[in-house]
Design a protein around this ligand. Sequence first.
Ligand SMILES: NC(=O)c1ccc[n+]([C@@H]2O[C@H](COP(=O)([O-])OP(=O)(O)OC[C@H]3O[C@@H](n4cnc5c(N)ncnc54)[C@H](O)[C@@H]3O)[C@@H](O)[C@H]2O)c1
Length: 370
Amino acid sequence: MSLGIGVLGCGSVFAGPYAGMIDRLHAHGRVHVAAVYDVDDRKRRGAAGRYDVEPDLAGPGALISRDDVDVVLVLTSMNEHGPLSRAALEAGKHVLVEKPLATSLEEASALVELAKTAPGLLVCAPHVLLSPTFRAIHACVREGRIGRLLSGRARYGWAGPWWADWFYRPGGGSLFDLGVYNVTTLCALFGPARRVTAMVGTAIPERDVSGRVIPVEADDNAHVLLDFGDARFAVVSTGFTMQRYRSPAVELYGSEGTAQLLGDDWAPEGWELWRNEEASWRLMPEADPHWQWTDGLRHLVDCVEAGVPTATRPEHALHALEIMLAAQAAGRDGVARQIRTGFPEPVYDGAMLAAEEAHRSHDRRSHDGI
Ligand SMILES: NC(=O)c1ccc[n+]([C@@H]2O[C@H](COP(=O)([O-])OP(=O)(O)OC[C@H]3O[C@@H](n4cnc5c(N)ncnc54)[C@H](O)[C@@H]3O)[C@@H](O)[C@H]2O)c1
């Protein structure tokens, strides 16, 4: 049965990346777009025309309440994520929400609680834990192949968005937009963080957005220190302050070796492994160069079809949000914050893998077994 998708927010991330994933799933009869809504008339009508659906829905509620919508994609600006996801879950829909899942801890905690009893599944971006490269590194670490994980570094940055000003307003910023990938990745490997401190600030006070110069009211530069207990630490370096780089995205230092993810954690380009016992570097090429960071949608569809829980848990997204909010607070007053939330270990179990394999082509060049 093809699942009906309702899209809330038809901006940049929808137009290319998610629409591409929808098209691929649609080509295999697994999903179809049933409804779209954006507060911007032009974008709403453009998306509606693309899928030949109702162009003038009255609002997000009108989309969420439709019987033909099974899955709601929340792809709006960040301050809208929490309320829209909540309404969709309450209406019994499956929900995919872009990051962060909400912009306040209260809103995010309520959402995670709701997801425990709601009939629909909740998948929270970023979907970095689903990449084959991340999974290989996760297995390597859990098997103890680099010994006990002691220290780590992760970075993701670029020059910054030019298409929407909300990125530079409260509820936006480089931590929520970019640092969230690294925080999610590192915590999946080290486990929940216990304490956070950070340098967080605005390095470029004005930005040109779509030809207008606007004041920047959110962070654009951050270095975050994570304490995982037992003197095990990691750092996240992020910002709309990086033009280019040629360093590993993630460096993991264990008591008996080192693992490094190349590229970016949302777009891996293979990984490297040093083990003292082997006394040499091994380069593992990217297992699936076609892997897309919108893979959370494919995972959600797999899990709905197979009736299994998702491998990525909303609690993980809540934990990442607590860390980012703590980092922002520590950036203001210099005081380290204890972290209270935790999350279950990601489980790439048999049911999930079977659901995935059922749809995956063996010919990865075509990657059309989606
Ligand atoms: N653009 C990217 O490359 C990218 C990549 C990964 C993740 N994301 C995430 O995707 C989300 C959207 O980013 P974007 O770059 O597409 O932003 P965008 O500004 O291009 O699009 C967001 C859209 O949401 C619409 N919107 C706002 N409030 C709404 C509401 N209440 N109901 C319906 N529509 C509403 C806006 O009109 C806009 O068209 C963000 O959370 C961002 O962090 C973006």
